[in-house]
Design a protein around this ligand. Structure first.
Ligand code: SAH
Length: 286
């Protein structure tokens, strides 16, 4: 039984129907089911099949009790043969006339290979809809109390992947240019090669005392946050026992957590510092 979402107001023309033979390529957000979009929930209620990734929290699947749930776990850095199987499986299911919801962690088009899957589907004549999601590098940091942009800190953000297709630190990246040009760096899949990444940034002149945050399992009940510096991060991560999935944020926006750690505040902690950037005047005064 599929059921479209009943909500008071939808997009112009009403809530879209997930039709047989279609694939909706959908972001699930970083973990907390409350961060699903309404389009995602609408798709989950109608799907015959949900094909989901390792990063999708099982809780999210309970929004699609009527659907078959197929796990297509794939760990970062593995060769792309398996990716091809997943894409072709999507084609097959659509061609069988199923209503297919392809659910990916975060946003499907942010380091999620959503572009490749959508391209394969379209090359095979399968109609697709793309449903963006909240990416871990933005929403995950927000749950840690770190604003990815903050007017007193940065006018740009650089999103980087710590893996390339072969599983190595991306050789094609110009780390020197990144070190010189990126005001705040947000690194996905950075845990495996953290030593190389930190080394490359330090060699290129980023200061060893630059603030760094590591947020693992962001937005889930197991979320952990480590505050450290570029010079100490390798050691501190090893000592913390933190594991992927984790986002690394390098830059002064990390300092804002001293005042914006809203989860800590909700748990009764006091703000550590009401003016962590040392502006000396209230936030609303420019
Ligand atoms: N499409 C996803 C990213 C997929 S790449 C998105 O937009 O968020 C996988 C990487 O995303 C992980 O290695 C980690 O760096 C990051 N990630 C995904 N979910 C996360 C979470 N809940 N907490 C911390 N990092 C996460």
């Amino acid at each position: 039984m599929s059921e479209s979402l009943t909500l008071p107001a939808g997009p112009v023309g009403g809530w879209p129907e997930l039709q047989p033979g279609w694939v909706w390529l959908c972001g699930a957000g970083p973990g907390d089911p409350g961060l699903l979009t309404l389009h995602a929930v609408n798709g989950l209620r109608q799907a015959d099949v949900v094909i989901y990734d390792a990063l999708v929290q099982e809780d999210v699947l309970s929004w699609a009790p009527q659907a078959e749930h197929i796990y297509a776990g794939k760990r970062g850095g593995k060769p792309s043969a398996k990716q091809r199987d997943i894409s072709l499986r999507l084609v097959e299911l659509a061609q069988e006339g199923k209503r297919v919801l392809r659910l990916k962690g975060g946003d499907p088009f942010v380091f999620g290979r959503g572009g490749e899957e959508a391209q394969t589907l379209i090359q095979h004549g399968v109609p697709v809809r793309i449903i963006p999601g909240i990416s871990a590098g933005i929403g995950g940091l927000a749950y840690a109390g770190i604003p990815v942009t903050h007017r007193d800190v940065n006018q740009s953000v650089t999103f980087v992947t710590g893996h390339d297709q072969s599983g190595n630190t991306p050789g094609s990246l110009n780390w020197k240019a990144i070190a010189e040009g990126a005001q705040v760096l947000v690194i996905y899949m950075g845990m495996k090669h953290v030593a190389q990444i930190a080394g490359a940034l330090l060699d290129a002149g980023r200061p060893a005392d630059e603030p760094v945050a590591v947020v693992s399992q962001a937005t889930t009940p197991d979320q952990k946050v480590l505050e450290t510096t570029l010079g100490r991060m390798v050691e501190d991560i090893a000592g913390s026992g933190m594991e992927p999935p984790a986002i690394l944020c390098i830059g002064r926006s990390v300092l804002m957590r001293q005042v914006l750690d809203w989860q800590g505040l909700a748990a009764g902690e006091a703000p550590r510092n009401l003016d962590p950037l040392g502006r000396g005047r209230p936030a609303e005064v420019s």
